[in-house]
Write a protein that binds this ligand. Structure first.
Ligand code: CA
Ligand code: CA
Length: 504
């Protein structure tokens, strides 16, 4: 036992506590090439003036800026893939993002070596910080040497032509990237051994798992079942039904909350009804543990939030205020705090600037408020007041301590509220208390939530229909009449304490 561990054990004994693996306070995403250049000797042909070229960022640069990340209030760093990768452009597109792996079992020399990775781990430990490594298991980069050595490790079915075809989604090449035949034991074992090697060398606190949609759930269940720590799935989809199903069947421990992220952009940047936020949160009971959802307003595959909000700093601030006041583990894309923008690739992947910016102090204060409030950091998120113009989400801590988060006219207000009955949280989490809602009229209805078909018109409910819906639940829906969606904004339903009959 090291001295540090011994000290920790004694402290825990003295305080009568049991050690527990704490969830990250916040995850800061670093695209390694775009963060900080700590070592010009490994730059190769880097050219910071070319948006598609490598810019020279590396692990040394990450080490040198851990204090920046920690000062912002984040205790966890997620690194874009650091493994040996294609470095040449491909059809004019840059390889700097790192998602075109060539060899998952060795480190990309432009980023550093294994000694430096070990140093990064020590520097994180010294600060009480965590590390998430990004694994691409679906494909390899174009022209990866393994294609010649093991041509039989790939599906070679050509590109995806029909994105609604479930077989194509997992078997065909996505964006032309060679698709790994993970059902072959030697392919699976190679991927698993590489992952295990990095666990030994870097002791990560979790994996961020890329392209979840493009690998079979049987693969994920087997891979994820091999690890105890955070397995964070990237399923880029706005359907909470799909995200929750994949989470359970794929044995992930966490998923990115794209459904909420898309709703935040719609509400704060595009002026849609705040009820949409409550409708998304109504799906929380479908997740194994909504507090483990990793929330976001953007990432490297999406437009930057500042661009989605058309450069409007105030709207961006409100979107972030909501993000950091919600349940889940908030994540931030590098440079959001200094106003990095960009609507499309590679514009949304600009290099970091370590400068002062009003968003930095804003995020710092939002993270500080969150850290000081058990309701904000760990509480459930229960809609308690909803109209098309205004929602109030109660954040209720396990002990009943409650903070209200109000969204009205694009503004977020957080205020202390009267203590809630903790039974409300249990009822909310399990959906145990329901209310009968009858909808009558012509046609059919489809909307948010599983009961209303998750906006999938093939699952529309013919009218009249009687539904058992969770109390406090919020549903958006529309009618389909004679095969046509009805015009106008979404209809809204807030499930209260009494049964209702609504004539449409
Ligand atoms: Ca460098
Ligand atoms: Ca695949």
């Amino acid at each position: 036992m090291t001295r540090a561990l011994l000290l920790l054990a004694l402290l825990l004994l003295a305080s009568g506590c049991h050690p527990r693996v704490s969830a990250p306070s916040g995850i800061y995403f670093v695209m390694v090439d775009r963060f900080a250049n700590g070592d010009p000797k490994n730059d190769g042909d880097a050219n910071p003036d070319d948006a598609q070229a490598f810019h020279g960022g590396d692990l040394q640069g990450v080490i040198e800026h851990l204090d920046w990340v920690q000062a912002l209030g984040f205790d966890t760093i997620w690194l874009s893939p650091i493994f040996k990768m294609r470095t040449e452009k491909w059809h004019g597109y840059g390889a700097f993002h790192g998602y075109w792996t060539w060899d998952l079992s060795s480190l990309e020399p432009r980023f550093g070596d294994e000694l430096l990775l070990a140093k990064l781990r020590r520097e994180l430990d010294r600060r009480g910080m965590k590390l998430i490594l990004d694994l691409v298991l679906n494909h390899v980069g174009p022209d990866a040497p393994v294609l010649t050595v093991h041509p039989d490790w790939f599906h070679e079915r050509g590109g995806v032509t029909d994105w609604n075809d479930a077989t194509q989604l997992v078997m065909n090449d996505v964006h032309g990237l060679p698709d790994l035949a993970t059902e072959k034991p030697e392919v699976f074992d190679t991927l698993l051994s590489a992952a295990r090697r990095w666990v030994e060398l870097a002791r990560p606190d979790g994996f961020r798992l890329d392209a979840v949609k493009h690998l079979p759930l049987t693969f994920w269940a087997q891979f994820n079942g091999s690890f105890e720590f955070m397995r964070l799935g990237e399923l880029l989809d706005g359907d909470p039904g799909l995200v929750s199903r994949t989470w359970k069947e794929g044995r992930f421990s966490a998923m990115f909350d794209f459904p909420l992220g898309f709703a935040i952009a719609d509400v704060f940047c595009r002026g849609e009804s705040p009820a949409k936020l409550a409708a998304i949160l109504t799906n929380d009971r479908r997740y194994p543990d909504p507090s483990q959802l990793v929330t976001l307003v953007d990432n490297h595959d999406l437009p930057r939030i500042l661009s989605t909000c058309q450069g409007d700093l105030e709207k961006t601030k409100q979107a972030l205020a909501f993000l950091f006041a919600m349940r889940g583990i908030p994540s931030l894309t590098w440079g959001t705090e200094v106003g990095l923008d960009g609507a499309k690739e590679p514009d949304n992947r600009k290099s970091m600037q370590f400068i002062e910016h009003p968003l930095r102090a804003h995020i710092q204060s939002l993270m500080a408020r969150r850290a000081q409030s058990l309701a904000l950091s760990e509480g459930a998120a229960v809609p308690v007041e909803v109209s098309a113009e205004r929602v109030v989400i109660a954040r209720i801590a396990p002990d009943g301590t409650t903070v209200n988060v109000k969204v009205e006219a694009g503004q977020v207000t957080v205020s202390d509220a009267a203590r809630s009955n903790p039974a409300l949280v249990t009822q909310w989490r399990t959906g145990a208390k329901t209310q009968r809602v009858q909808l009558t009229g012509r046609g059919s209805v489809v909307g948010s939530g599983g009961e209303l078909g998750d906006w999938d018109r093939r699952k529309a409910r013919p009218l009249p229909v009687t539904l058992e819906l969770p109390v406090n639940g919020v549903f958006e829906f529309k009618r389909i009449i004679d095969g046509e969606w009805e015009a106008g904004p979404n209809r809204l339903l807030f499930v209260g304490d009494a049964p209702v009959e609504i004539a449409l």
